[in-house]
Design a protein around this ligand. Sequence first.
Ligand code: ADP
Ligand code: MG
Length: 331
Amino acid sequence: MTSSSSRRKRLGEFEIIAKFFAPLASESGAFGLKDDVATLAHRSGQELVLKTDAIVEGVHFLSDDPADLVARKALRVNLSDLAAKGAEPVGYLLSLSINAKTGTPWIKRFAQGLAHDQKTFGLSLLGGDTTATPGPTTVSVTAIGWSPLGALPRRSGAKPGDLVFVSGRIGDAGAGLALLQEKSRAKGKSYTTLVSRYRLPEPRLALGRALRGIAHATIDVSDGLLADLGHIAETSKVRIAIKADAIPLSAAFVDKLGKKRRAIVHAATAGDDYEIAFTAPPSARDALKRAAAQTGTPVTEIGRVEGGKGVVLLDASGKRIPVKRAGYTHF
Ligand code: ADP
Ligand code: MG
């Protein structure tokens, strides 16, 4: 096939927008993606909650990851931040830099992934931008949600005496990524579970909303449990002590990595969990139990907040476990 005929087959920017993205947008507000901007109607008694996060080929997803899962991951990493802040997502903007060699089937499948999760989470596409790049594909999503005025839990609200909790299981996604990277051939059930936890995070939106008025400080766990708790410790000016044995590990994780100290440190520092870590006073224990049950989300007590600074990981006898690197950093 000559390059000119392959070029003819390839869709142009506006064809891509009209064919794949316009069906994901509503006529009201987004004007069917046929105008320069979108609008969002004001909601009284609420404030907008905004978050943007990009995922980059070769950094946050792998070149041969299925395109629909890439799309859903791009959405979900943003929704996870809204979840940690108890916000209700309503829509998103999408800025796409697609590697110039990417074919139309990839974009089609990508849009199918968006359509799927728009339904799951009640979202619509408000607008965006589409460009080609000689570099890796980059998917940047800006998620928009609502929160009752003044109700947003901050990173800075932790107080000495609080307990520390985390949702779900920690370390699955990091283990899944490690398995993908080492091109593991032993693929059984645990392999599949861990890899899908890496590719498709589960934003804890219902739990986040149930934590309104209960949690003192919250954070989305994306770079590593200890690193993210470090942000709470720093902004709240407290010390956080985590019990290594209390960190919730899944059966699949234990199957693949075991539960010795090295495995626990891997789980606590690997990142990509997209769970909610939070602090709450001991008096909130019952309310938390109810919130966990009502939202069907496991919640585990993993440590406590003290005076001082930093985050420490403790063994069963209260001795400090050395941790070289608390989490993922880009630079
Ligand atoms: P501009 O020339 O101002 O950059 P565009 O021609 O890029 O505008 O976009 C036209 C319309 O299509 C706008 O409403 C824009 O928000 C929307 N749009 C473009 N790319 C995307 C995308 N990837 N996802 C959603 N909406 C998009
Ligand atoms: Mg544009």
